[in-house]
Design a binder for this molecule. Structure first.
Ligand SMILES: Cc1ncc(COP(=O)(O)O)c(C=O)c1O
Length: 436
């Protein structure tokens, strides 16, 4: 594309595409491979974003590309509810096997992460015949009306878009770095998990609560990892009151944390698990997987949609799962995470701007603070660091309540050299910002 045409493209984007659809970077993609993306100008970027955690198996993974091509040439759509196809059934079988929980499971396929969460709430409400849904501070579950309501952060996700969906209630999460109760783990006795019982006294009766929906590691909220015994308490409380426990594994699933699903780290199985993002290897796909008894509660025709479990997306997902197995991708994620964590911890020793290094597996984050004692969030510095990365060939993402957290969602097929290169860019950026 000529220089002039590329400039025109930015102008055409401004004219034709709604302002609300944000763009983190000013350039357009030409191609992407593994952990690299090339802009139309031909500039190469290392990718630590993976299209927000979607490309765990790498851009243009040859196995996934071949499966998409093969399926697209056979048929691209029949609607599973009209004419069935084997790929949908096979994917459901595999997800029933792979998700945590040693009990009979069933699956429904949809298109997006938000749709999986919508369906989790529908199924839990139908099964329990109760209305209330409990979610957490700093949780993120999507941008549809229901999931936007379930999402915590007001700006930009909710502001001006009310009124919101009813019967959504929020309690603090296990954000130990900024504990809502001012306590420290383990002497806190997991007060934040036990607060659920208190909530049933002060806010909504347990008998009116359909489900508790939690990300095992919060994603957009800041890569917040609860203590490893946290979900055991949540599980016990849900069991005691007949409440459906939902694990939103949209961002954490498919090896990101070094396990197929993050809940495995906690030794807990949720009743329902939502899966999307990296499942489709870049194709739009979501899955709600859960206890057969709960999943089978809604009547025939109560769940579904025109495109849910599209055959091309199913073929891509089956290839993703094959690749995950054949390449031991979860082990690779654990290794990538270990290498990055070591480097981040060295950086934390040098740059007081890093308040905390945290994460699980390759889902790692740096929380930036301008004062280590007061933990004053360094949102502006995080913006500068992301901009530095952009200028120096690395696609980086921030997140968190105050936008002061830098997170890593690189494709897990990233090579050691590429990882080093990306981490070095972050370190140089930290050095420059710290000097300023
Ligand atoms: C934990 C979690 N749930 C749900 C969603 C929504 O997924 P989607 O954007 O595919 O609707 C996201 C997206 O970032 C997410 O991280």
């Amino acid at each position: 594309m000529k220089q002039q045409d590329m400039q025109n493209l930015a102008e055409r984007r401004a004219q034709a595409v709604a302002l609300g659809a944000s763009n983190a970077n000013p350039y357009f993609a030409q191609k992407a491979q593994g952990a690299e993306v090339w802009s139309l100008e031909g500039k190469r970027y290392l990718d630590f974003a993976g299209g927000i955690g979607v490309m765990n198996v790498g851009h243009a993974n040859p196995k996934v590309v071949a499966a998409i091509q093969e399926q697209a040439a056979r048929f691209t759509h029949t609607c599973f509810h009209i004419v069935m196809y084997e790929g949908y059934v096979r994917l459901a079988e595999r997800l029933n096997q792979l998700t945590p929980g040693d009990f009979p499971k069933k699956t429904i396929l949809v298109n997006t992460g938000a749709e999986t969460v919508e369906n989790a709430v529908k199924v839990a409400r139908y099964y329990t015949k109760r209305p209330a849904v409990i979610v957490f501070d700093d949780g993120f579950h999507g941008r549809t009306l229901l999931t936007m309501t379930m999402t915590s952060k007001v700006k930009p996700y909710k502001f001006g878009f009310g009124p919101y969906a009813p019967e959504i209630y929020r309690i603090p999460y296990a954000y130990c770095y900024r504990c809502a109760y001012g306590l420290s783990y383990p002497s806190c006795g997991l007060a934040c998990a036990h607060a659920l019982e208190d909530f049933f006294i002060k806010q909504v009766a347990a008998e009116n609560t359909a489900c508790v929906v939690a990300e095992p590691v919060q994603g957009e909220g800041g890569f917040i990892v609860p203590p490893l015994d946290y979900f055991k308490v949540i599980r016990q409380i849900c069991d005691k009151h007949g409440i459906v426990m939902v694990a939103d594994e949209v961002q954490t699933g498919i090896c990101r944390t070094g396990k197929m699903f993050a809940m495995e780290h906690f030794g807990v199985a949720a009743d329902l698990t939502t899966v999307a993002k990296s499942l489709g290897g870049g194709m739009p796909l979501g899955a709600l997987v859960g206890k057969a008894e709960i999943m089978d509660a809604p009547h025939v025709g109560g769940l579904g949609g025109t495109y849910g479990g599209n055959p091309v997306s199913c073929a891509a997902a089956l290839a993703v799962l094959d690749f995950v197995e054949e390449s031991n991708l979860c082990e690779r994620a654990a290794r990538v995470g270990q290498m990055a964590r070591e480097r981040f911890e060295q950086m934390a020793g040098k740059y007081p701007l890093i308040g905390e290094v945290r994460g699980l597996g390759a889902m790692l984050a740096l929380e930036l603070v301008s004062d280590a004692k007061t933990k004053e969030p360094a949102g502006e510095e995080a913006k500068k660091l992301v901009a530095y990365c952009q200028d120096n060939g690395l696609i980086a993402l921030s997140c968190g309540r105050y936008g002061n957290i830098i997170r890593t969602l690189m494709p897990l097929v990233i090579t050691d050299d590429q990882l080093d290169e990306g981490l070095a860019i972050i370190e140089k950026g930290l050095a420059q910002i710290s000097r300023a």
